[in-house]
Design a protein around this ligand. Sequence first.
Ligand code: GLU
Length: 428
Amino acid sequence: MASITNAFEMAQRQFDHVAEMLRLDPDVRELLRWPSREYHFRIPVRMDDGSIRSFQGYRVQHNDARGPNKGGIRFHPAETVDTVRALATWMTWKCAVVDIPLGGGKGGVIVDPATLSIGEKERLVRGFVQQIHKNIGPRNDVPAPDVGTTPQMMGWMMDEYSKLVGQYTPGVITGKPLGGGGSLGRTEATGFGVIYTVREALKHLGLESSDCRAAIQGFGNVAQYAAIGFTETLKGKVVCVSYWDRDDRCAYTVSNEDGMDPHLLMEATDQYGSIDKAKVKAAGYTLEDGDAWITKEAEVLIPAALEGQINSESVNQISDKVRVIAEGANGPTTPEADKVLEERGVFVIPDFLCNAGGVTVSYFEGVQNDMNFYWTREEVIQRLDTKMSHAFTDVLDMTIKQKVFTRDAAYMVAIARVVKAMELRGLI
Ligand code: GLU
């Protein structure tokens, strides 16, 4: 299922729609529609065979009124400057909606990381930092992992930055490995955060989570911990997950109506997300077409892959059993599909609320780095749950008060906070 909408156009359309509802000042509107800064650069890398290959890299800073720009770096073959712009913009709204003192940014490199050796990957991420180190830092822009990047890569980036500035600077980047300046709970944070918002949504709808099924698109970091949280914390059943098979160059849905064991699925998954077919078949699970996840009978649908997956066509395939859509991915639903879901009365937990758990624990990681004092996993997870639950309540209250779609309500909460910070700083 390909993305059919330009992600940045989508981010601007969502914003314009709410800016119009809020009758936001046209000058402020224009300011917030665009990133405040962006960097485009080539990264030359010495490959293992001795040749030099250069990769296209980007870092986009959308808005820093509430604090340093914050957001991950994606390594993906289909990355474009517009996907990075969209993701940077959503980061501004994400940090604002969970009320952490950070702005929005995002980075990207056009590359398929699975085609690189470990050494080539290390040289590429160090090269990324060499090109951008003057424009990032704990007080102006703090990168993190995203699709295609890992804690180990964050560790290399932190090391490269520290060498370039001449002092150990763990706070320049988050999502670092444990023992290398990382925070306990960061790996699970996004997926668990998704589940805390699902729990609150089900409570609001009067549904018992242990009676609910979840259909998940994707089985990367977010989907894996959402699956664990859904089965272990909410006691529900995960009836399918989907993944991209590198060998067959197509997607598959792995399903079982009676529910699946997320740990078994994780053990069957390699570092690039391909699942061992023989292992899942041996567990009695079925392999289906990659698009099958969207048609499944389930109370909760969790798109946790890439942008534009629920669009004007695929939205009509969603079962009428679905009550909640929890957007683990960034930008999975197009504005056309939103209209259909709103009419059908599906409770959508919008991406920048639903998947804000990752950046929330990134913020905690930065705080711990600054203090040079580290919290227990329980403290991190508890604080994460509190932050996510409060953010959910703020958005739900706005939905009810303004009688608007949940995504619009989330924008209203986030825009109000960013505009207030801009006013207080005298920027507008
Ligand atoms: N890449 C994650 C996101 O989209 C995390 C960003 C961060 O931790 O800064 O929210």
